[in-house]
Each structure stands twice: as C-alpha cells, then as structure tokens.
Design a protein around this ligand. Structure first.
Ligand code: WT7
Length: 665
C-alpha cells in the first residue's frame, strides 16, 4: 500500500515541458494516499461514468450520502426534453447529511473555523454545536411561518451564521435564496420579489477589510418595496444601533433562546429544490438557478472527495463568499458533507496586510486552499515577501472562476505551494452546481492554464458555433457543451422554465450549452477561452453587460448605453461603459461619477464601471443593433481592424468615439 502511494501517478511525454505531475512531495506528506491510485483508475471510472452513468452514480450516491429512503430510478429525463431528474423515490435531508451524521459520531469535531475580519476575533464551531444552532434557527423559521417549499432570503456576511441559516432552511425543507451581501438594495429587492421570499435573514452590520457595511440598512431599503416580507431575523454582528421594525424584525439571539436544541430533519424528495441562486445572463434580469437536493449534494460530495482529495481530519479553506455558487458548494456543502473543518473567512486577502490568507493557512494547518485567480494576481503583485509562511500542510491549491494565466499558476505552485501541493484549476458554473472540468488532486497531470479533463459523468463536446455541429477529435476549438445530464446540474430557472431551456438546452439541441468558448488540445485537455455571450467576468464575479446598461439607462441624463468587458491585469476583465447623453448634458467628470454611482446603487459596488466614456452616439446598425464589437476594438487600440463599418447607420460616430477614448487615455 505504502509503495503505491509513493508511485508517480502518470507518465507524460518527455517533451511536454509544461505538464506538471502531482508533486512527489504532496504524496509524501499525504495522511494516507489519494482516493484514486492514478490516472488509469480515473480513466476506468470515467469510462464507467459515461457508459453506465446509472450504475456509477447510483453507487456514489449511496456511498457518499445517507438516504432516509433509498432511490430506485437513478436517472430520468433528458437534456433534449429539459426534464432531467436524479435519484427518484429517494429521500434525504441536506442538513442531516452535513451535520447530524458527523455530530452523532464525533460531536467535538470542528465543523467551522471562523476567521473574523480582525485576526483576533475568530472562533470555532463543532459539529455538535452546529447541530444545536441549526436546530434552534430551524425552530425560529418555523415559528415565523416558514413551511416546506417556501423560500427564505439570506443576506449575510461571511460569518458562521450564514452557514447556520442555510442549513436551518434545508433542515425544514425551505428553499434558501442567498443574496451576496455586496448587492444593492434594489438587487436584493428584485431577488426577494422574484423568489416570493417572505422571510429575510440578515445581520445588523458586516465587517470587511476593517470597514463596516450597513447590512440591515440595505435590507430596510430593499423591503420598502417588497411588502410581502413578513419577518426579518437579524443576527447581531457588531452591536450597531439599528432601527428594528416592530412586529417584523426580530433579534436572532433572542429568538434562538426560546427553542430546544434539536428538531428532526424534514425528509425531502431527491428532486425537491434545495436552493435558488441568482446569476447574470446575457439578457434581461438575473436568473434564479434552481438546484435540487439529491443530485446537487451528490455532485458536491463527489467533487470534494476526488478533486480536492479530502480525507478525514483535513482543514479546508475556500476563500469564496456564500453569496456565490463557490461559497454554496465549496464553503458550505462539500466540506460539511465529508465531515471536515471548513474555514469561514469574513475579511479580505489584503487586511490587515497581504499575508492574511497565508497566515490563516499557517495558523489552522490548512490542507486544501481554494481561491479565484483575481486574488492571486493581487497577492503576486503585492510581493513574495508576504508569503513568508511555510504552510507545510497544504496538499491542494485550487483555482476557480476565471482562466488562470500561466505565470500566476506557476507562482501559486512555486511560491505559495513550495512545489509541494497539487494545483487544480477547476472549471464550472452556477448552473453546473459542482466542478465539471478539473484535475483530480494527486491524480491528474496538469498544464498551467488548462482545466484539464472532465469530471465523472461529464461528456464534453466542442461545437462549431457556425454549423452547430460537434467537432470530433483533438486539436479543436469551438464552444463548450455537455452531452449527458449530470446529477448536480440546475434543473430550471425559477419560474421561467422556457428561459432555462432556451438558454441552456435549445441552443444546440440535445446538449447543455455552457456559454464558454473552449479548445481541446492534442492530448484531450480542455482550455477554457471565456464567455462567448455578453457576460463579463470581473474578479471572478459574473456580470451581465445588459444588466449594467439597464442600470445606466435609469439615470435621467442617459439616452443610450453600451457596456463591454475589457482585459484587466488585476480583475481579469473590467467593465467599460459608453454613454450617449440626452440633449442639454455636457460630458464632465461629475457626470461620469454620477453614472458610476448609478450602477453601484442599482446593482452593487462590484459592478461599477472602471471607465465611462461619454460619446455623442453609439455605433449602431441601420436596424438599431449596437455594435459592441467595434467598441471593444477601439478600447483594445485596434482601430485599424474595425472591419466593415459602412453598414452602420452613421459611420462617422466611430471616429468621434475614437477621439473620446484617446482623450481619456
Ligand atoms: C463562468 C461561471 C464556478 C464558480 C465561480 C464562477 C468562468 C469558471 C473557470 C475556470 C476559466 C472559468 C466561465 C464560466 N469560469 N471557472 N477554471 N477557468 N473560466 O461561477 O459566476 O457561474 O461563472 O466562470 O466563464 O462560464 P459563475
């Protein structure tokens, strides 16, 4: 056995200078050995997952989760019909699987390592304590009238109570709808209304990077126009003096006191919704992606086990926020399903200084660390002197949310991981629920910048976007789609199933369409090229250009707006806005600032344009379609490659826009 653990998992061609194998030193410090013996075992299992998915997933679902009632039908429905379902007849409860089964076995095991914004303020929560806290909050929610199938909005910072709130909903069969606490009051209101949430869980304030955030104030503002919300449960985070609305708002600490420390988990059907999470699309308003209980949990547990190579006793740290899918799957569900300790980090990587992540990793002997490249770019730029810790327990370094440039990948591997940890670049989406193209730690050879190979059950296809036909073989480029359903795929857009089918399943009939361009190299490795729709990725946050344009148009001085994403050294992409103002408004810095403020107010600070260009008109076709491609070219300094502009209704605007952009630079 020991011999096997020491064996190098894979052999690649010697000329493949850029292929990195799982480091020997990672295997040497492993508490036992990776879950798979090597690439061959992956290939075998992968083959089974594609040719006999029911057998494969049926086995994993029973192995990884505890079902109160077994399932008989592993999978039903198809991508073409848009009615995919998994583990029918099966019943289970997410909070039972994340909490009870570990609490019964080992109540003192640490479930949550809370690293507060101030390094001195943290604490830990054991599985036993988590069970009691989740149960009490579940009672409180029931007392507030929440029933199975109701949605509950959660607007909380990164504190243990965010996890408690999520699990309390799951415990009583309520559908949680977490809204990232950086969203504005307007965005929160839209989500509360779309989901028909009647209860909101929040905190008095938040604390991040030494700054206070008026969380409850934003909720109050949002609820002015969401009259159906009956109750607000408020966790006291800072003790700020905040107004409480009589009969609507209740203090968390006062309510939980009133209830016993146990409530039985509600048995849920596998296909019952577990949560909604809103994400931006290329058009219109945000989509409430709906994930179900059984399939989602199987995906979360399976990827945590094989991608992060999680073993009992690991201390796992994902830097994502619970307001995004990364936080849902990889801060909350995945680590807790496997019964390890998950770090909940309230702060930022730059506070009190650029060593914060590395200090947390050192302090808690973190074994797996998972973060977006945007943070790595920031920290790489800050300087290697901040990475002063040994961090010798690190076995896995994960990357997520955007392509990771080769230099950043290498810095992560060499400077952070000291060449003793395996870097896994994980590709997935809010819609996929869990990793879909990713290396398996300790198993898959990696190439910096490639998300490598498909996870179990994922059958990728590279499609020619012009013909709509699949392009077989290696060394091909196109758009990325999947040919088979997988357990953790989102089942619908809340209240808009047609939109779900049109966006994901009807673009290429019979396939799930990701919206990303991708290449498959000569060895079958996948390289994600980025979105092919009007979605921009800023610091790993997904934004819709249409949504930002809609926000800008709300400003009374704006006639028309066009938003494009441009490459940015730090944030990956940055939002640039072109605004044509109404007659009587002159371009000025003050006006540009107002437009930025408009977006902050309407969506949230993270969506604010980095640059605003006030232009006399936008480049439009005669039918009125805005040619964003031309704007992107101008920003890239490629004015000589604009192509045919004679089809524009007024080709002379192009020259005028070029002048505005040049003057600003
Ligand atoms: C989009 C999904 C999934 C967690 C965070 C983002 C991009 C995601 C990678 C990666 C290159 C990536 C894609 C995808 N993306 N991971 N490893 N390499 N691009 O979730 O907000 O749903 O965004 O993020 O463009 O479609 P999301």
């Amino acid at each position: 056995m020991a011999e096997q653990a020491a064996k190098a998992p894979v052999v690649a061609e010697a000329h493949e200078v850029d292929t990195y194998h799982p480091p020997q030193k990672m295997l040497a410090k492993h508490p036992s050995k990776p879950h798979l013996s090597g690439l061959e075992e992956y290939q075998q299992l992968y083959k089974e997952s594609i040719t006999e998915p029911k057998k494969f997933w049926g086995r994993l679902a029973r192995e990884l989760l505890t079902w109160s009632k077994d399932f008989q039908t592993v999978q039903h429905g198809s991508l073409a019909e848009g009615n995919v379902a998994w583990f029918l007849e099966g019943e289970l409860n997410a909070s039972y699987n994340c909490v009870d089964r570990h609490a019964f076995k080992d109540p003192d095991r640490v479930a949550i390592i809370y690293e507060a914004d101030e390094p001195t303020d943290g604490r830990t929560v054991t599985y036993g304590e988590l069970l009691r806290e989740v149960s009490r909050v579940a009672h409180v929610l029931k007392d507030m009238g929440v029933r199975k199938g109701d949605t509950v909005a959660i607007y909380l910072p990164m504190i243990p109570e965010a996890l408690v709130a999520i699990l309390a909903c799951a415990r009583i069969g309520a559908i949680h709808s977490v809204v990232f606490a950086g969203f504005s009051a307007d965005s929160l209101r839209d989500r509360v209304i779309d989901a028909h949430s009647r209860v909101v869980i929040t905190s008095d304030e938040g604390k991040r990077g030494g700054k206070l955030i008026g969380t409850k104030k934003i909720v109050d503002e949002a609820l002015k126009k969401a009259p159906d919300v009956k109750h607000v449960l408020v966790f006291k985070r800072t003790g700020a003096d905040i107004p409480m609305t009589q009969g609507r708002d209740y203090w968390w600490h006062e309510e939980v006191e009133k209830w016993p420390a146990y409530i039985a988990p509600e048995p849920m059907s596998a296909e019952d919704p577990l949560f909604l999470l809103y994400t931006s699309g290329s058009t219109g308003k945000p989509k409430g992606m709906m994930h179900t209980t059984g399939g989602y949990l199987v995906g979360a547990a399976a990827t945590a086990k094989y991608v992060f190579d999680i073993h009992e006793g690991d201390r796992y740290f994902c830097g994502g926020d619970v307001g995004w899918i990364t936080g849902h799957t990889y801060v909350v569900y995945a680590p807790l399903l496997l019964g390890v300790s998950t770090v909940v980090f309230e702060g930022t990587p730059a506070y009190p200084n650029f060593s914060r992540y590395w200090d947390i990793i050192e302090k808690h002997k973190v074994t797996q660390f998972y973060v977006a490249p945007t943070a790595l770019r920031l920290l790489k730029r800050a300087g290697d002197q901040f990475v002063r810790n040994e961090m010798k327990h690190l076995r896995v370094l994960g990357s997520v949310g955007e392509p990771i440039a080769a230099e950043v990948w290498k810095w992560y591997f060499e400077v952070v991981g000291k060449e003793e940890a395996h870097v896994v670049d994980t590709y997935w989406q809010t819609e996929t629920g869990s990793h879909v193209i990713t290396p398996l730690a300790g198993v898959t050879p990696t190439k910096p910048g490639s998300a490598s190979l498909p996870f179990f059950g994922i059958e990728p296809a590279i499609i020619d976007p012009v013909s709509g036909e699949e392009i077989p073989g290696n060394d091909v480029e196109g758009v990325l789609a999947f040919k088979q359903p997988w357990p953790s795929m989102a089942r619908t857009v809340w209240g808009a199933h047609k939109r779900y089918r049109d966006t994901y399943l009807n673009v290429y009939k019979g396939y799930y369409f990701t919206g990303d361009g991708a290449g498959r190299d000569h060895e079958g490795f996948y390289w994600i090229r980025g979105r092919v729709d009007d979605v921009v990725n800023v610091s790993g946050h997904r934004l819709s250009t249409a949504e930002i344009e809609a926000a800008l148009i709300e400003h009374p001085a704006v006639a028309e707006a066009a938003v494009v994403g441009v490459a940015d050294e730090l944030t990956g992409q940055a939002v640039n806005a072109f605004v044509a103002v109404k007659d009587g408004n002159e371009p000025s810095d003050a006006l540009r600032k107002e437009f930025i403020l408009q977006v902050r107010r309407s969506i949230g600070p993270f969506a604010a344009p980095k640059a605003v260009y006030i232009v006399p008109d936008l480049p439009k076709t005669r039918s009125g379609k805005i040619m964003r491609r031309i704007l992107r070219k101008i920003l890239a300094g490629e004015e000589d490659q604009l192509g045919d502009i004679t089809t524009l209704s007024d080709p002379t605007v192009v020259e005028k826009i070029i002048v505005v952009v040049h003057d600003a630079k």
